[in-house]
Design a protein around this ligand. Structure first.
Ligand code: CA
Length: 230
C-alpha cells in the first residue's frame, strides 16, 4: 500500500517514513503543499498524510483542491497543538481524520490503519464479488466493517493483516506463493521482502488459530506458499 506524506519538517519526514516503511508501506514524500498536491493528482495512493502548515500551499487548500478534482484518497491531517477550530475546518474540506502534533507514533499508525480499512477503495479490492462476511472455526470476519471476532471477542488486526486475511479467504482453496501475496496484498511496487509475508501469516495464526503451531485454516504448502483451507 502506498502512502503520500506531505510534510515540511525534515526530521518528522524521516521518522515517519522509516516507521511506515518498516510496517510494509511504500512511502513517497513531498516537502511542500504544491508538490504534494501534484503528486497526489499524478500518482495513485492509498492514503495521504497531510500537514496543515506547509510552504507554497497549506494543507487545507491541498485537501480542498484534491476533493474538487475528484481525488478521493483518504486524508489524515496533521495539525499543530491548539488548532482545534482548524480541525473542524479540515474535516469540512474533506479530510477523513486528523492528528494533533506532537503525537505518538503508535497513535499515527492506528489512525493510518483505521483509515485504510475504512477506505472504500480497499473494501472493494479484489474481484468485486466478495462476500460481506465469512466464518471459520470460532472466527467471524465482517468485510464491510473490517471487523474480526473470535469467540465473540473483537480481534485487533492491522490493515495489512486484514488485507492478507481477506485475500486468502476470497481466494481460499488456492495456493499462493509469497511473491504473489506480496503483489496482491502489498502492491506491485512495495519494497518488503517475502519474509514480511511469513511474519504476517504468523501474526494471523497467532490471533486467529486455535493452535497457531498446527494451523487448521491458514495452511503452509511446503515449497509453494500458503493457502486458506476451503
Ligand atoms: Ca509544517
Amino acid at each position: 500500500m502506498r502512502i503520500l506524506l506531505v510534510e515540511d519538517e525534515e526530521g518528522l519526514v524521516i521518522t515517519l517514513s522509516d516507521r511506515l516503511r518498516s510496517e510494509g508501506f511504500d512511502v513517497v514524500s513531498a516537502s511542500d503543499g504544491a508538490s504534494g498536491f501534484q503528486k497526489a493528482c499524478d500518482e495513485r495512493f492509498d492514503l495521504i498524510v497531510l500537514d496543515v502548515m506547509l510552504p507554497k500551499k497549506n494543507g487545507y487548500d491541498v485537501c480542498r483542491d484534491l476533493r474538487q478534482k475528484g481525488v478521493s484518497t483518504p486524508v489524515l491531517m496533521l495539525t499543530a497543538k491548539g488548532e482545534t477550530i482548524d480541525k473542524v475546518l479540515g474535516l469540512k474540506l474533506g479530510a477523513d481524520d486528523y492528528l494533533t502534533k506532537p503525537f505518538e507514533m503508535i497513535e499515527l499508525l492506528a489512525r493510518v490503519e483505521a483509515l485504510l480499512r475504512r477506505s472504500p477503495a480497499n473494501a472493494a479490492n479484489g474481484n468485486g464479488a466478495s462476500a460481506e462476511a465469512y466464518r471459520f472455526g470460532s472466527v467471524s470476519v465482517d468485510f464491510k466493517r473490517a471487523e474480526v471476532r473470535k469467540d465473540d471477542s473483537p480481534v485487533e488486526l492491522s490493515a495489512m493483516e486484514f488485507k492478507l486475511l481477506q485475500f486468502l479467504i476470497e481466494n481460499r482453496g488456492h495456493v499462493h506463493s509469497r511473491d504473489h501475496l506480496l503483489d496482491e496484498v502489498w502492491g506491485y511496487d512495495a519494497m518488503p521482502s517475502t519474509r514480511t509475508v511469513d511474519v504476517h501469516i504468523a501474526w494471523l495464526r497467532q490471533k486467529l488459530e486455535e493452535n497457531p503451531k498446527h494451523p487448521h485454516f491458514i495452511q503452509t504448502v511446503h515449497g509453494l506458499g500458503y493457502k486458506f483451507a476451503a
